[in-house]
Design a protein around this ligand. Structure first.
Ligand code: UVW
Length: 334
């Protein structure tokens, strides 16, 4: 069975609570992290969650944020003619799409964000720029998203923690662009309110209402909201990291910008964005993928209507060799 946070074998140079080596097999360095918890038994049990035959996409359209934050490129989508110039015949259309994978619904791979003090990412890999840019020729196997296809990507039990609806019901108002943060007790309170208990291998999905709010804004309003770099989310603390690991989630996703609240606040002190606590812990030290900017309103409406917050979740990111992030192509099957 999987050791708890405080029982994980110590790894030199990194804090207690590091899962490097835990999922290695036959001397091979693991690249899947906590997706290893999506075992055949977990997937079969998740399939039993499908009761209504309803399939809901959790991808927000690419380009929904007109000017992405963090100096990221905007979507460039061009429709081109499919034509045979020799026969002077136009017979259809193709398209060409260029976008930053972090600018809309996405998975962060395990090498998206490094553990800052060591410059390492999941399983002690040092993702050099040269290796990242030449993923098939690099000197090390990097935990990039394309490897997910070697294990059938993601299928498991999704559990929605609909914090937005809970807050509305409790009369709790929060501004999504104010650094508002929720702790372990809040997540547990929503779980109890919804009547859900967590199981090993669950994919935790937390709704704050952020993509919905951004979707209602003009491009200027979006830019102004995002320029605060002060976003609602899960409180990025060591205690939260310990709790997330000890639930043995396979992955975590949210409709907010970074799963965790921004800016990071450690021991009461505001830290730069480069020191996001859960990004370092989940991605680099645990190997627990983070999904961000997912669209969760339709799912939330169905879950509330059925009074059932668990479902089969599937997700197959783009199979781009060396991909750091990708739209999740996530479906909730209820
Ligand atoms: C950063 O990359 C800083 O954050 P995110 O993973 O939320 O896009």
């Amino acid at each position: 069975s999987l050791p708890d946070f405080d029982d994980l074998p110590p790894v030199e140079g990194v804090p207690q609570g590091c899962a490097w080596g835990i999922f290695d097999q036959d001397g091979q360095k693991d690249v899947y992290g906590t997706l290893n918890l999506l075992t055949p038994d977990v997937v079969k049990a998740a399939a039993e969650e499908v009761r209504h035959g309803i399939s809901i996409s959790l991808n927000w359209p690419i380009g929904s944020i007109k000017i992405p934050g963090f100096f990221r490129k905007s979507l460039n989508h061009t429709v081109v003619k499919l034509e045979d110039p020799h026969a002077n015949l136009h017979y259809g259309f193709d398209d060409e799409v260029e976008f930053n994978t972090q600018a809309s619904s996405q998975w962060d791979s395990l090498c998206h964000f490094m553990h800052l003090p060591t410059g390492k990412t999941y399983n002690g890999v040092t993702p050099t720029v040269k290796d990242m840019q030449n993923p098939t020729k690099g000197s090390q196997k990097l935990p990039t998203l394309d490897h997910w296809h070697d294990r059938g990507c993601v299928a498991g039990r999704g559990v929605l923690i609909d914090f937005k609806s809970y807050a509305d019901a409790e009369g709790l108002k929060y501004d999504p662009f104010s650094g508002f943060r929720i702790g372990i007790a809040d997540i547990e309170a929503v779980a109890a309110y919804q009547g859900v208990t967590f199981r090993q291998g669950d994919i935790l999905i937390i709704r704050f209402g952020v993509t919905e709010a951004l979707g209602q804004m003009t491009p200027d309003e979006q830019t102004s909201a995002l320029s605060t770099y002060s976003y609602c989310g899960v409180d990025g603390t060591k205690e939260m990291a310990r709790w997330l690991w000890n639930q043995h989630f396979a992955a975590i996703a949210s409709d907010n910008v970074a799963v965790e609240a921004m800016p990071p606040i450690v021991d009461g002190e505001t830290k730069p964005l480069t020191q996001l606590v859960l990004h370092q812990w989940c991605l680099s030290l645990f190997g627990m993928p983070l999904g961000e900017l997912w669209y969760l309103k339709t799912l939330a409406t169905h879950c509330k209507g059925n009074q059932k917050y668990t479902f089969l979740l599937t997700s197959a990111p783009l199979n781009v060799p060396g991909a750091v992030g990708s739209p999740p192509n996530a479906l909730a099957l209820l």
